[in-house]
Design a protein around this ligand. Structure first.
Ligand SMILES: C[S@@+](CC[C@H](N)C(=O)[O-])C[C@H]1O[C@@H](n2cnc3c(N)ncnc32)[C@H](O)[C@@H]1O
Length: 253
Protein backbone atom coordinates (compact mmCIF):
# COMPACT_ATOMS: atom_id res chain seq x y z
CA UNK A 1 0.00 0.00 0.00
CA UNK A 2 1.22 3.50 -0.87
CA UNK A 3 2.30 5.52 2.24
CA UNK A 4 0.03 8.44 3.05
CA UNK A 5 1.08 12.04 2.46
CA UNK A 6 0.54 13.93 5.71
CA UNK A 7 -0.49 17.48 4.77
CA UNK A 8 0.00 18.80 8.30
CA UNK A 9 3.54 17.63 9.02
CA UNK A 10 6.51 19.17 7.21
CA UNK A 11 9.04 16.82 5.61
CA UNK A 12 12.64 17.42 4.56
CA UNK A 13 11.85 16.63 0.92
CA UNK A 14 9.00 19.15 0.74
CA UNK A 15 10.78 21.91 2.68
CA UNK A 16 13.71 21.47 0.30
CA UNK A 17 11.22 21.71 -2.58
CA UNK A 18 10.02 25.07 -1.22
CA UNK A 19 13.62 26.30 -1.09
CA UNK A 20 14.08 25.27 -4.73
CA UNK A 21 10.94 27.16 -5.76
CA UNK A 22 8.97 23.94 -6.41
CA UNK A 23 5.23 23.37 -6.20
CA UNK A 24 5.11 20.01 -4.39
CA UNK A 25 4.72 21.39 -0.88
CA UNK A 26 2.10 22.45 1.63
CA UNK A 27 1.52 25.35 4.03
CA UNK A 28 3.37 23.57 6.87
CA UNK A 29 6.45 23.12 4.66
CA UNK A 30 6.36 26.76 3.57
CA UNK A 31 6.13 27.87 7.22
CA UNK A 32 9.29 25.90 8.09
CA UNK A 33 11.07 27.22 5.03
CA UNK A 34 10.14 30.82 5.98
CA UNK A 35 11.49 30.31 9.48
CA UNK A 36 14.72 28.85 8.20
CA UNK A 37 15.30 31.55 5.61
CA UNK A 38 14.77 34.20 8.28
CA UNK A 39 17.73 32.65 10.10
CA UNK A 40 19.80 31.87 7.01
CA UNK A 41 18.57 33.98 4.04
CA UNK A 42 21.07 32.29 1.68
CA UNK A 43 19.35 28.92 2.04
CA UNK A 44 17.44 28.93 -1.29
CA UNK A 45 20.67 29.84 -3.10
CA UNK A 46 22.53 27.06 -1.32
CA UNK A 47 19.81 24.55 -2.29
CA UNK A 48 20.03 25.66 -5.94
CA UNK A 49 23.83 25.44 -5.87
CA UNK A 50 23.55 21.90 -4.55
CA UNK A 51 21.40 20.99 -7.56
CA UNK A 52 23.92 22.65 -9.88
CA UNK A 53 26.69 20.59 -8.25
CA UNK A 54 24.57 17.46 -8.82
CA UNK A 55 24.40 18.37 -12.51
CA UNK A 56 28.17 18.92 -12.70
CA UNK A 57 29.02 15.67 -10.95
CA UNK A 58 26.56 13.44 -12.84
CA UNK A 59 27.65 14.98 -16.18
CA UNK A 60 31.30 14.48 -15.29
CA UNK A 61 30.78 10.84 -14.30
CA UNK A 62 28.73 10.08 -17.42
CA UNK A 63 31.01 11.96 -19.83
CA UNK A 64 34.54 11.47 -18.51
CA UNK A 65 34.15 8.09 -16.81
CA UNK A 66 31.42 6.57 -18.99
CA UNK A 67 29.30 5.77 -15.94
CA UNK A 68 25.97 4.60 -17.28
CA UNK A 69 24.23 3.42 -14.11
CA UNK A 70 23.48 5.54 -11.09
CA UNK A 71 21.99 4.90 -7.67
CA UNK A 72 20.70 8.18 -6.22
CA UNK A 73 20.00 7.87 -2.47
CA UNK A 74 17.52 10.34 -0.95
CA UNK A 75 16.74 11.67 -4.41
CA UNK A 76 14.17 14.28 -3.34
CA UNK A 77 11.22 15.65 -5.28
CA UNK A 78 11.79 16.10 -9.01
CA UNK A 79 13.03 19.54 -10.08
CA UNK A 80 14.08 20.97 -13.43
CA UNK A 81 17.07 18.66 -13.92
CA UNK A 82 17.19 15.32 -12.18
CA UNK A 83 19.87 12.65 -12.26
CA UNK A 84 18.19 10.61 -15.02
CA UNK A 85 17.71 13.65 -17.26
CA UNK A 86 21.34 14.71 -16.76
CA UNK A 87 22.78 11.21 -17.32
CA UNK A 88 20.44 10.32 -20.19
CA UNK A 89 21.17 13.69 -21.82
CA UNK A 90 24.70 12.33 -22.27
CA UNK A 91 23.91 8.64 -22.73
CA UNK A 92 20.22 7.92 -23.49
CA UNK A 93 20.69 4.32 -22.31
CA UNK A 94 21.98 5.34 -18.85
CA UNK A 95 20.06 3.67 -16.04
CA UNK A 96 19.14 5.57 -12.90
CA UNK A 97 17.55 4.17 -9.76
CA UNK A 98 16.23 6.64 -7.21
CA UNK A 99 15.73 5.81 -3.54
CA UNK A 100 13.61 7.87 -1.15
CA UNK A 101 11.33 7.33 1.79
CA UNK A 102 9.12 10.42 1.56
CA UNK A 103 5.54 9.58 0.47
CA UNK A 104 5.37 12.59 -1.90
CA UNK A 105 8.66 11.58 -3.54
CA UNK A 106 7.46 7.98 -3.81
CA UNK A 107 4.31 9.12 -5.64
CA UNK A 108 6.48 11.05 -8.14
CA UNK A 109 8.86 8.10 -8.41
CA UNK A 110 6.05 5.82 -9.47
CA UNK A 111 4.97 8.33 -12.13
CA UNK A 112 8.55 8.44 -13.45
CA UNK A 113 8.57 4.71 -14.01
CA UNK A 114 5.69 5.03 -16.39
CA UNK A 115 7.44 7.64 -18.51
CA UNK A 116 11.04 6.37 -18.55
CA UNK A 117 12.04 2.77 -19.16
CA UNK A 118 15.63 3.29 -17.95
CA UNK A 119 14.64 4.85 -14.63
CA UNK A 120 13.72 2.91 -11.52
CA UNK A 121 12.54 3.86 -8.07
CA UNK A 122 12.97 2.11 -4.73
CA UNK A 123 10.65 3.28 -1.97
CA UNK A 124 13.12 2.44 0.77
CA UNK A 125 15.02 3.72 3.77
CA UNK A 126 18.58 4.37 2.63
CA UNK A 127 19.82 3.80 6.19
CA UNK A 128 19.03 0.12 5.60
CA UNK A 129 21.53 -0.71 2.86
CA UNK A 130 20.62 -4.40 2.70
CA UNK A 131 16.97 -3.55 2.14
CA UNK A 132 17.91 -0.99 -0.54
CA UNK A 133 20.36 -3.30 -2.28
CA UNK A 134 17.86 -6.14 -2.46
CA UNK A 135 15.07 -3.93 -3.84
CA UNK A 136 13.89 -5.11 -7.26
CA UNK A 137 14.80 -1.79 -8.93
CA UNK A 138 18.33 -1.78 -7.51
CA UNK A 139 18.89 -5.42 -8.34
CA UNK A 140 18.16 -4.40 -11.95
CA UNK A 141 21.51 -2.53 -12.04
CA UNK A 142 24.42 -4.57 -13.40
CA UNK A 143 26.46 -5.62 -10.36
CA UNK A 144 29.45 -6.42 -12.57
CA UNK A 145 29.93 -2.87 -13.88
CA UNK A 146 30.71 0.45 -12.16
CA UNK A 147 27.91 2.44 -10.58
CA UNK A 148 27.75 6.12 -9.66
CA UNK A 149 26.45 6.28 -6.07
CA UNK A 150 24.96 9.73 -5.52
CA UNK A 151 24.45 10.97 -1.96
CA UNK A 152 23.53 14.61 -2.36
CA UNK A 153 22.56 16.27 0.93
CA UNK A 154 21.30 13.06 2.49
CA UNK A 155 23.87 11.78 4.95
CA UNK A 156 23.13 14.60 7.37
CA UNK A 157 19.80 12.84 7.91
CA UNK A 158 21.70 10.19 9.86
CA UNK A 159 22.44 11.90 13.18
CA UNK A 160 24.91 9.40 14.58
CA UNK A 161 28.30 9.50 12.85
CA UNK A 162 29.18 5.88 13.59
CA UNK A 163 25.84 4.80 12.18
CA UNK A 164 26.45 6.89 9.05
CA UNK A 165 29.88 5.27 8.65
CA UNK A 166 28.37 1.79 9.04
CA UNK A 167 25.77 2.55 6.39
CA UNK A 168 28.48 3.81 4.07
CA UNK A 169 30.66 0.78 4.69
CA UNK A 170 27.78 -1.49 3.65
CA UNK A 171 27.24 0.40 0.36
CA UNK A 172 30.95 0.79 -0.41
CA UNK A 173 31.56 -2.89 0.20
CA UNK A 174 28.92 -3.89 -2.35
CA UNK A 175 29.82 -1.36 -5.06
CA UNK A 176 31.50 -2.96 -8.09
CA UNK A 177 35.14 -2.10 -8.75
CA UNK A 178 35.52 1.18 -10.68
CA UNK A 179 32.42 2.70 -9.06
CA UNK A 180 32.26 6.30 -7.85
CA UNK A 181 30.72 7.83 -4.73
CA UNK A 182 29.66 11.47 -4.79
CA UNK A 183 28.68 13.17 -1.54
CA UNK A 184 27.50 16.68 -0.75
CA UNK A 185 26.99 17.39 2.93
CA UNK A 186 26.09 20.27 5.26
CA UNK A 187 29.09 21.44 7.23
CA UNK A 188 29.01 22.89 10.72
CA UNK A 189 31.66 25.54 10.13
CA UNK A 190 29.26 28.36 9.29
CA UNK A 191 25.87 27.32 10.63
CA UNK A 192 24.02 29.69 12.95
CA UNK A 193 23.04 27.93 16.21
CA UNK A 194 19.41 28.94 15.70
CA UNK A 195 19.46 27.15 12.36
CA UNK A 196 20.97 23.97 13.73
CA UNK A 197 18.45 24.04 16.59
CA UNK A 198 15.56 24.27 14.11
CA UNK A 199 16.55 20.92 12.63
CA UNK A 200 17.63 18.83 15.62
CA UNK A 201 17.40 15.64 13.58
CA UNK A 202 19.99 16.90 11.07
CA UNK A 203 23.75 16.68 11.61
CA UNK A 204 26.05 19.39 10.32
CA UNK A 205 29.51 17.80 10.28
CA UNK A 206 33.11 18.91 10.23
CA UNK A 207 35.09 18.43 6.98
CA UNK A 208 37.03 15.57 8.66
CA UNK A 209 33.80 13.82 9.62
CA UNK A 210 32.44 14.23 6.10
CA UNK A 211 35.65 12.79 4.66
CA UNK A 212 35.35 9.78 6.94
CA UNK A 213 32.10 8.86 5.16
CA UNK A 214 34.19 7.74 2.18
CA UNK A 215 35.77 5.00 4.31
CA UNK A 216 39.20 4.23 2.93
CA UNK A 217 38.39 5.14 -0.67
CA UNK A 218 40.68 7.56 -2.45
CA UNK A 219 39.02 10.96 -2.78
CA UNK A 220 39.68 12.40 -6.22
CA UNK A 221 41.03 15.84 -7.02
CA UNK A 222 40.14 18.54 -5.93
CA UNK A 223 39.40 16.65 -2.66
CA UNK A 224 36.74 17.64 -0.17
CA UNK A 225 35.91 21.22 -1.13
CA UNK A 226 33.14 23.80 -1.13
CA UNK A 227 30.55 23.11 -3.83
CA UNK A 228 31.78 26.05 -5.90
CA UNK A 229 35.31 24.62 -5.95
CA UNK A 230 34.17 21.32 -7.47
CA UNK A 231 33.94 22.59 -11.00
CA UNK A 232 35.72 20.41 -13.59
CA UNK A 233 34.39 22.28 -16.63
CA UNK A 234 34.91 25.77 -15.21
CA UNK A 235 31.17 26.52 -15.12
CA UNK A 236 30.62 30.27 -14.78
CA UNK A 237 28.63 32.20 -12.18
CA UNK A 238 28.64 29.60 -9.47
CA UNK A 239 27.63 31.13 -6.16
CA UNK A 240 30.02 30.37 -3.32
CA UNK A 241 28.12 28.51 -0.59
CA UNK A 242 30.86 29.40 1.87
CA UNK A 243 31.66 26.77 4.46
CA UNK A 244 28.06 25.60 4.61
CA UNK A 245 28.17 22.91 1.92
CA UNK A 246 31.05 20.59 1.13
CA UNK A 247 31.38 17.89 -1.48
CA UNK A 248 33.77 15.28 -2.82
CA UNK A 249 33.93 12.32 -5.17
CA UNK A 250 35.83 9.10 -4.55
CA UNK A 251 36.49 6.05 -6.71
CA UNK A 252 36.53 2.42 -5.67
CA UNK A 253 39.64 0.74 -7.12
C1 LIG B 1 17.69 17.69 1.34
S1 LIG B 1 16.86 16.50 0.37
C2 LIG B 1 18.08 16.21 -0.90
C3 LIG B 1 17.47 15.82 -2.22
C4 LIG B 1 18.47 15.57 -3.35
N1 LIG B 1 19.37 14.47 -3.04
C5 LIG B 1 19.27 16.81 -3.65
O1 LIG B 1 20.44 16.89 -3.25
O2 LIG B 1 18.74 17.71 -4.28
C6 LIG B 1 16.99 15.01 1.35
C7 LIG B 1 16.19 13.84 0.80
O3 LIG B 1 16.57 12.65 1.51
C8 LIG B 1 15.39 11.90 1.76
N2 LIG B 1 15.63 11.05 2.94
C9 LIG B 1 15.89 11.43 4.22
N3 LIG B 1 16.06 10.36 5.01
C10 LIG B 1 15.89 9.27 4.21
C11 LIG B 1 15.94 7.87 4.45
N4 LIG B 1 16.21 7.39 5.66
N5 LIG B 1 15.75 7.04 3.40
C12 LIG B 1 15.47 7.52 2.16
N6 LIG B 1 15.41 8.83 1.88
C13 LIG B 1 15.61 9.71 2.88
C14 LIG B 1 14.32 12.94 2.03
O4 LIG B 1 13.02 12.40 1.85
C15 LIG B 1 14.68 13.98 0.98
O5 LIG B 1 14.04 13.71 -0.24
Amino acid sequence: MEPLIDLGRPTAARVYDVLLGGKDNFACDRAVSRRLTEIAPELPVWARENRRWLRRVVSWLAREHRIDQFLDLGAGLPTAENTHQIAQGINPAAKVVYVDIDPAVIAHGRALLVENEHTGFAAADFTRPHQVLSDEAVVGLDAERPIGLIEALVLQHVPDLDHAREIQAAYLDKLPSGSFVAISHACNAQVPDAFENSFPELRFRTPEEILSLFGDLEVLSPGLVRLSEWNPYGEAEIVDTGNFLYCAVARKP
